[in-house]
Design a protein around this ligand. Structure first.
Ligand code: VLZ
Length: 135
């Protein structure tokens, strides 16, 4: 059984988010706003089907996917690129590969203790976010 990462999670710490956004060529103004804001992850998980909403007062971003099924992802409101995304379980980590213009792009989620971790990667930059349960 894969871990259950569903729920409402609030960002606690953020490491190298600005470098990650720079690697994606996100503009200065958007980076400054994004950095200043809190983020909430709303995750629903029903077997292999997931929805992950990344929410802030500035902008929201949502994906829905089935584990093991590649889909077209348009990163509207982030860097606005088109990528092919494939998400798989690798042990207890939920791992996404985003194939497109940017090399080495993807993310992974895992649970550790009471926390939800997210590593966001683009080119040589790795951003680490840690979330705690909300409510
Ligand atoms: O999440 O890829 O949970 O899509 C920074 C956004 C990058 C700045 C967020 C603020 C990337 C804008 C989130 C708020 C939306 C991401 C995946 C893994 C699911």
């Amino acid at each position: 059984m894969p871990p259950d990462i569903s729920g409402k999670w609030i960002l606690e710490t953020n490491d190298r988010l600005e470098d990650y956004m720079k690697a994606l060529n996100i503009d200065f103004a958007t980076r400054k706003i994004a950095l200043a804001l809190s983020q909430t992850k709303l995750i629903t998980q029903d077997g292999d089907k997931f929805t992950i909403k990344t929410c802030s007062t500035f902008r929201n971003y949502e994906i829905s996917f089935t584990v093991g099924v590649e889909f077209d992802e348009h990163t509207v409101g982030l860097d606005n690129r088109h990528v092919k995304s494939l998400i798989k379980w690798e042990g207890n980590e939920l791992v996404c590969t985003q194939t497109g213009q940017k090399a080495n792009r993807g993310w992974k989620h895992w649970l550790q203790g009471e926390k939800l971790y997210l590593e966001l990667t683009c080119e040589d930059v790795v951003c680490l976010q840690v979330f705690k349960r909300k409510e």
